[in-house]
Design a protein around this ligand. Sequence first.
Ligand SMILES: [Zn+2]
Length: 59
Amino acid sequence: MSEEISIPVSDKIDKMDVPAEALSEAQKIKKGICPSCDGSLVFQEGCKVCYSCGWGGCE
Ligand SMILES: [Zn+2]
C-alpha cells in the first residue's frame, strides 16, 4: 500500500493578490500605501504624502 500525496504546484501568486503586509516598502509606495502606517498615500506636488503619520516620499 502506498499513499500518494499530491502537492498542488499551482502558482497562485498574483501580483495584485499579495497582502499589503508582504509588500516591500517600494511596492507599498507604488500602490499608494504608506510604508510606515499602511495608510493611504496622497500624491501631492510630485510627492507622496501620508496624512495619517506624516510620512512623505519625495525623490
Ligand atoms: Zn502613514
